[in-house]
Design a binder for this molecule. Structure first.
Ligand code: HEM
Length: 405
């Protein structure tokens, strides 16, 4: 029996054999565990689902495997859980800040964060890479964009960690962070979601009184059809940005350190040929596939890969499976910093309306980190294997001890 909802399957990273088996089967795979859903594991099928928001909705059901009540769906809805047209309206409020051209404006600020973290890491002779580099860089970058002051960045990491089951060592009591909301109404059923909303509300009030040009100032003043965002639209927006901009890039940066340790020759190639920086970052992202899956719900009877689907069926797109589809990627288990950019990997989604808003930003962050690592000619040794996040949703690394050689 293969139950892809079981987090245990991912405790050592992506279960390559399981996914290879499923990709080779006819049609879609019906999950064999207590959760009933169809698994999409091939690259082409995943792209078809991603690009058809009418048949495969993000709004009709939950975007994670487990179902939640309609009032809980409403309470947590942000652009990622909504379909066009409202999805498009919300996304447009911030999309100009994330275009490939615009993110170049953040280049030097990102580089400064990378340099600072690596300087300290080198001075310490190594340590927990996640704590020292992979976590602080992305949270620093997204907090800068949103306008969260530096002294609160650690708090954002803490709250965001609590959202992913198992990322935090401390289980939370239901009333943590002053929460009084029923847990089922909160994203990830976590009181930390309440903490994030409260923080957003406070910061929003400050920015309403004194706008500073950051995204929070923009969002608090934004209007949809002549109306300001509702309280929950505003706080859910903030939570999505903090979570999405943080956990994902952190995972990719954590996996990068594993590759630096295991494939020093590949990074020597980048050092001698810096034109490989872009494809090297892309390969790290493909290979890490930080988001394992997102779910859609079928809105009308249809068919995919020869499998008949009924309205209401759950479709789970396994990005981590499609990124190793050998009908698309030559020798997919080989880590190759020169792998061509086409066909694109699907770590940021298979295209269409929900394609990752932060893709250009994440790529730039990765490129700058790789550039600094190779410029310093850093060599890593891993005294113990990575400790993975206990999750069926993110391919995260919670702890990674790195020694500098
Ligand atoms: C390596 C890093 C990252 C990965 C692997 C990643 C992955 C993804 C994936 C798979 C999706 C869903 C795509 C779909 O449903 O078609 C997504 C959506 C999203 N991502 Fe990222 N992401 C990363 C970094 C970021 C960053 C840095 C931000 C910062 C703003 C961000 C913000 C978002 C947002 C707001 C959405 C929802 C977009 C929508 O629904 O229209 N992501 N991301």
């Amino acid at each position: 029996m293969i139950d892809l909802a079981d987090p245990g399957i991912y405790s050592n990273g992506i279960p390559q054999d399981v996914f290879a088996d499923l990709r080779g089967r006819q049609g879609l795979h019906r999950n064999e565990g207590p959760d009933q859903f169809w698994s999409v594991t091939r690259h082409g099928d995943l792209i078809d689902v991603s690009r058809d928001t009418t048949t495969f909705s993000s709004e009709v059901g939950h975007i994670q495997i487990y179902d939640i009540d309609p009032d809980a769906l409403d309470a947590r809805a942000s652009m990622i859980d909504l379909d066009p047209p409202i999805h498009t309206v919300l996304r447009r409020l911030v999309s100009s800040a994330f275009t490939p051209r615009h993110v170049q404006d953040y280049r030097e600020a990102i580089r400064a964060r990378v340099v600072d973290c690596l300087d300290r890491f080198e001075a310490d002779g190594g340590g927990d890479w996640v704590h020292a580099v992979a976590a602080p860089v992305p949270i620093g970058v997204i907090c800068d964009l949103m306008g969260v002051p530096e002294e609160d960045h650690e708090y954002m990491i803490e709250l965001s960690d609590h959202l992913v089951a198992g990322t935090s060592s401390e289980p939370l009591s239901p009333d943590a962070y002053g929460n009084t909301t029923e847990l089922r109404l909160l994203p990830f059923n976590s009181p930390a979601a309440h903490g994030i909303s409260e923080y957003a509300r406070k910061l929003g009030e400050e920015r309403r009184a004194r706008p500073t040009g950051d995204l929070m100032s923009k969002l608090i003043a934004a209007e949809v059809d002549g109306e300001r965002l509702t309280d929950s639209q505003f706080t859910n927006f903030f939570r999505l940005m903090i979570f999405a901009g943080n956990e994902t890039t952190r995972s990719a940066m954590a996996h990068l350190a594993v590759h630096v340790a295991e494939h020093p020759d590949q990074f020597d190639r980048v050092r001698t040929d810096p034109t490989l920086l872009e494809t090297a970052a892309e390969e790290v992202i493909r290979y890490s596939s930080p988001i394992l899956y997102f779910r859609r719900t079928v809105t009308a009877d249809t068919e995919l890969a020869g499998t008949p689907l009924a309205a209401g069926d759950k479709i789970v797109m396994w990005y981590a499976a499609a990124n190793f589809d050998r009908s698309v990627f030559v020798d997919p288990l080989r880590f190759d910093v020169g792998r061509p950019k086409q066909p694109p990997n699907v770590a940021f989604g298979g295209g269409g309306a929900h394609f990752c808003l932060g893709a250009s930003l994440a790529r730039l962050e990765l490129e700058l980190l790789i550039e600094e690592i190779v410029a310093r000619n850093l060599r890593f040794d891993l005294p113990s294997p990575p400790k993975f996040v206990d999750s069926n949703f993110v391919n995260g690394i919670e702890h990674l001890e790195v020694r500098l050689k």
